[in-house]
Design a protein around this ligand. Structure first.
Ligand code: FO1
Length: 316
């Protein structure tokens, strides 16, 4: 069985850890958003790639969901002495990842080769593919001007009002080698519970990816990142509202209806079931709030059951 997951950062990683533990991780391929990537202090930083990799390696900081556990910040403290404003918290060990990435990229490697070298070095057995090797920063037009996504989210704490979102250069981006092939071979494609606008949105905007999912709609399943009108993680709810989307499981189903035939919604949203069904999207009601490792594994098992049904053609 081949499972291909589309993932952002923290929200996706919780579910991916569950999957990683209940299936043969070598059958899991994760296509990761790179719109959040940013260059700071001359270093290339790929937050979502690192969050996924550190989580599956058991190295992530459990309190924040990003960075290493038991991290120190001496380098950043010294940068502040030199007058830098360290608004993005790069830990000392984390900086080694960014130095390694920057050096490889400067030497002519693609981001996918860097991701491969990092995941191998930390012992992750699933495949981790950046959505593209091209640079496609997510830019947020706000009432305070145009900001890189990390400036909007971390520096300005999602305070400015969002007017529009764009993925710079996306029309000329190419999927990373192996991405379209993985989607083609997948017995099941999983859209993780990540922000549909700025985590899954950039992946779907890479030319060829949305089309590949459309062609495999029956075997694609999304886990809804909105529960009871609130996002599971991050500012998705606020961003959706500011851009005029309905902030509910139904709103998410509308955004994905062309690419997935099944959505997992939380019991809190069960009442949306009939309306979602009427869009032509099947509904699985299952707890999507993952507080414990057991919660992650139980949801992952339910998704595996779906994947098995698709592979067997039972519900195809
Ligand atoms: N998120 C924050 O809210 N504050 C930070 O200072 C911060 C630093 C950081 C460093 C490395 C890394 O890989 C991720 C980091 N994140 C931080 C998380 C990240 O910016 C976002 O959560 C993701 O981009 C959204 O998926």
């Amino acid at each position: 069985m081949n499972i291909v997951a589309l993932a952002g950062g923290i929200g996706a990683s919780k579910l991916l850890l569950g999957l990683y533990r209940v299936m043969d991780p070598r059958d899991l391929t994760i296509i990761v958003n790179t719109g959040d990537d940013i260059v700071l202090h001359g270093l290339s930083i790929s937050p979502d790639l690192d969050i996924v990799t550190y989580t599956l390696a058991g190295l992530v900081n459990p309190e924040t969901g990003w960075g290493f556990r038991d991290e120190t910040f001496h380098t950043l403290e010294q940068l502040a002495v030199y007058g830098h404003s360290p608004w993005f918290h790069l830990g000392d060990r984390d900086l080694a990842t960014h130095i390694h990435r920057t050096e490889m990229l400067r030497g002519g490697a693609g981001l996918s080769q860097v991701a491969e070298s990092i995941r191998r070095a930390v012992g992750v057995e699933a495949k981790i593919l950046p959505m593209t090797d091209d640079t496609v920063p997510t830019m947020i037009d706000t009432d305070e001007g145009r900001l890189h996504f990390q400036e909007y989210l971390v520096q300005r704490r999602a305070k400015p009002r969002v007017r529009a979102i764009s993925f710079e250069g996306i029309q000329n981006a190419r999927p990373t080698p192996g991405v379209l092939e993985a989607l083609e071979r997948a017995s099941c494609i999983l859209i993780c519970p990540s922000n549909p606008l700025i985590s899954i949105g950039p992946i779907l905007a890479v030319p060829g990816i949305r089309e590949a999912l459309r062609d495999r709609r029956r075997r694609t399943i999304a886990v809804c990142p909105i529960v009871g009108g609130k996002s599971l993680k991050g500012p998705s709810d606020q961003m959706l509202a500011e851009l005029g989307y309905e902030v509910s499981a139904l709103g998410v189903a509308r955004m994905y209806r062309d690419i997935c035939a099944t959505i997992v919604i939380d019991p809190a949203d069960e009442s949306y079931g009939p309306e979602i069904q009427s869009l032509g999207v099947d509904v699985i009601v299952h707890a999507t709030v993952m507080r414990t490792l057991a919660d992650k594994e139980v949801l992952a098992q339910r998704l595996l059951q779906f994947a098995e049904s698709r592979r067997a053609g039972v519900a195809a």
